[in-house]
Design a protein around this ligand. Sequence first.
Ligand SMILES: [Zn+2]
Length: 331
Amino acid sequence: MGEDLERLKQRIPLLEYLQRHNWKPCRAGSRQELVGLCPLHQETCPSFYVNTGKNLFYCHGCGRGGDLIRFVQLFFDLSFRQTVALLEQELLPAPVSQLLEQTAAFYQLQLHYHPEATRYLDHRGLHDPALIEELGIGYAPGGNLRSHLAALGYSFDLLLNTGLLNGHGRDAFCRRVIFPCCEHCRVVNLYGRAIGAAFPHRLLPRSKGGLFAWESVRTFSTVILVEGLFDLAVLWQAGFRNTTCAIGTQLTPAQLTQLADQPDRTVYLVFDQDENQAGQKASHQLALRLQDAGLAARIVQLPHGYDPNGYFVGGATVADFTECLERAQPL
Ligand SMILES: [Zn+2]
C-alpha cells in the first residue's frame, strides 16, 4: 500500500495536478518554491506554498498542508480511500470513463422501454423529449446491466469496484432514473433518483465532479444554483439555461473555484424551502462563502414548502419564477 501510494504521487506531480485545476503561481519564493492563492480557502493575498522538489504544499492562511493525496482529499471533500481511488482512476482514465459512458448509454436506451420511468419523469414535470435526450437521462430497470456489461468485456471486479453492482452482484441503481454527471465531456459519475421507496439519492462512490453541466453554464455572468437535478431539469425546460447544480447544498472547494472563475458573477441560490429551515440555513452559509470569494450572492425565496421542481410541477410559470428572482435581495 505505502509503495503504491509513493508511485501514485510520483506519477502525478502536485504542481501539475494543481495547474490542471487552474492554480496559478503568482511568484516564486525560492528556486523550488512557488506561491499562489489558496484553492482551499478564500484569500486575496497569496499564502499557498508549493514545494516542487518535495511535492508538498502548505497554506499559511488556513494552516493546511501535505502531499497530493491530502490536497485532493481537501479539494474534493473525499475520504482517504475515495481519494486514492480517484487518483488511480485518473491514471487509467480510459477504461472507467468508457465503462461509465457505456452504462449511461445503456440506461438511456432502457428509458424508452419502461413506461414507469417516463411516467415518473412526467410526474416530476419533465415533458420535453429533446431535453431528456440532451441531459442523457436514463433508467435502470435492474436485472440486465451485468450481462450487458459482461458482454462488452468488463470484469465483474471492475463493476463491483466502481459501485455499479452491489455486493450481491445486482445493479446498484435498480429502479432509479439516471442522470450522467459529466466533466470535460466525460462521464465522471452517475446520479440515480429512486422512483420507488428506496433511499431517494444515490451516486457512485467517487467524486461527483464539478458543478453539473458547468461547461455550458460557465459562460453566464448570472448563475442559478439549485440543490437537485430535477430542479435543474425543470428550470432548463423553462428556459433558465444558466442553472447549475451541486447535487446537495454543500459546495466542494473545486466547485466554488468554478463559480469564482468570473469575478463579477451573481449567483442566485434557490434551495428547498423546508419545514426545518435546513435549506434556508444552508443558503445563508453558502451565500457568505460566495461573498468571501468575491461573488454577489442572492437568496431566492420560493413560496413556502416548495423546491424549484415542485414549484413548476405545481403550475408556476416562467413569469412567476422570474418574479422570485427579481425579489431576491443581496445579503
Ligand atoms: Zn488556505
